[in-house]
Design a protein. Structure first.
Length: 441
């Protein structure tokens, strides 16, 4: 879906879907041919993924109402220029630009049935309108994606019975992300629903509101987005500020007092401290910090009872604090930088739409304007040139670019919230492996 947000064109998505469907339909013949072309084999290996990417691109293209940079007029338009005062009395010769007032010309009683109104395709401020929507949608999709990743970390903590991580990491992370950027998502939706054409000029700038929430702490926002905003924002800032020392100090403090308790119990019974037990606790503390399993070293290798560290690595509270400090800084700064990173969804979508429109206007539209016999020849030639450029630039180059950006968003921004690369090497499920090694567990 993230790929399709950047590749939102139903026409290009249809071509991609048909190509992938052909590979799926002919997969037995292609496998029997045993091709040595590495580039083709890469496309063939990802045929199911390409098929899904194409389907989602068709969906987002319909949402954007964008088919080869043109709009579909299925449900008509919610704008009626004739309703604007003085328009019907004007003498229109040729093409005339009219600045229409939505207070008179827009039927805002109901939303458009599906996607965007086709009138935006011919509007001069189309780019401003689409940019505003896509930028906000990128933030919304990014925050939801990251919040889902944080919630997945809860399943890791519960599976490995690391309840300390639930209290000292998961809860403050959810609060930090929710009170900061979750609040931004709330303001985006509230602004979409609360303001109409009559009072759109009074709507505040959301980015300015978010910055002033910290820079002008305690002051009353001007203008107000909703009633109670002056009370809610300081509370959210305080919660965000509390979450930072919560993530930084709670887990090391619990580990430290747990270690002290182990030592005091050993001295109470007049026995020397079991060095292996203490260092096993050190190993467990290190695992708690790195989210690995107790009894596992930092590189993932097994270390029974922590005996590997019996002589070399005694309990070191400073090391634990440094590791926790790194994780806290990484998460806090990552929430900001990763949210900004999701703006690539907006940037790639803008680039794809503009390139598609440029190819249509500069290439194919040139042939459509010609008339007579030369017009027929020109249409054939310009269509061939336009089709080649569309496949080479928009489908191959832009498609590869959008795929890599979507892959990066999953690997860095999403999986960094719960995946640490410890444990066992991932092996995808295949019947071929089971048939080759039927007795392997």
């Amino acid at each position: 879906f993230l790929f399709a947000v950047m590749f939102g064109d139903s026409g290009h998505g249809l071509i991609m879907t048909m190509f992938a469907f052909l590979l799926i339909l002919k997969e037995n013949q292609i496998q029997a041919a045993k091709s040595k072309n590495e580039i083709f084999l890469m496309f063939f290996g990802g045929r199911y993924l390409i098929f899904l990417m194409g389907l989602f691109s068709i969906y987002t293209g319909l949402m954007y109402n964008d088919v080869f940079s043109k709009a579909l007029n299925v449900f008509g338009s919610s704008w009626n220029v004739a309703n604007q005062p003085g328009v019907v009395d004007q003498d229109f010769t040729g093409f005339v630009d009219i600045q229409i007032n939505p207070q008179y010309t827009f039927d805002g009683n109901h939303p458009y049935p599906f996607g965007f109104d086709p009138i935006w395709q011919v509007a001069e401020n189309k780019l401003l309108f689409m940019n505003s929507f896509k930028m906000k949608f990128s933030v919304v999709a990014g925050v939801i994606h990251m919040m889902f990743g944080v919630w997945l970390s809860l399943f890791n903590h519960m599976y490995f019975k690391k309840y300390l991580n639930v209290i000292a990491e998961f809860i403050p992370q959810v609060l930090f992300l929710g009170c900061l950027f979750g609040y931004l998502v709330f303001m985006i939706f509230y602004k979409w629903f609360a303001f109409t054409a009559n009072d759109a000029g009074d709507a505040p700038n959301l980015l300015t509101t978010l910055i002033d929430m910290f820079m002008s702490f305690g002051s009353t926002p001007d203008p107000l987005l909703f009633s109670g905003q002056a009370v809610i924002q300081p509370i959210l800032v305080v919660i965000v500020a509390i979450c930072v020392p919560w993530m930084l100090l709670l887990k090391p403090a619990v580990i430290y007092f747990r270690h002290k308790k182990t030592q005091s119990q050993a001295y109470e019974v007049n026995k020397p401290v079991d060095k292996r037990k203490v260092n096993s606790e050190t190993d467990e503390s290190r695992a708690l910090i790195s989210d690995g399993e107790p009894g596992t070293s930092s590189d993932g290798s097994d270390s029974p009872n922590g005996s590997e560290f019996a002589d070399d690595e005694p309990f070191n509270f400073g090391e634990i604090m440094i590791l926790q400090c790194i994780h806290t800084i990484e998460f806090c700064l990552g929430c900001i930088s990763h949210t900004a990173s999701y703006l690539r969804l907006w940037a790639l979508s803008l680039a794809h739409a503009e390139l598609s429109e440029v190819l249509w206007q500069m290439v194919f539209q040139t042939g459509l304007k010609m008339q007579g016999a030369m017009g027929v020849v020109a249409i054939v030639l310009t269509f061939a040139f336009w089709a080649v450029l569309t496949i080479a630039i928009l489908l191959l180059m832009e498609g590869l670019s959008a795929f890599l950006h979507a892959l990066r968003l999953h690997w860095v921004e999403f999986q960094s919230k719960f995946y640490h690369g410890d444990g066992y090497q991932f092996q995808p499920f295949t019947f071929q492996k089971i048939m080759e090694n039927p007795f392997d567990e």
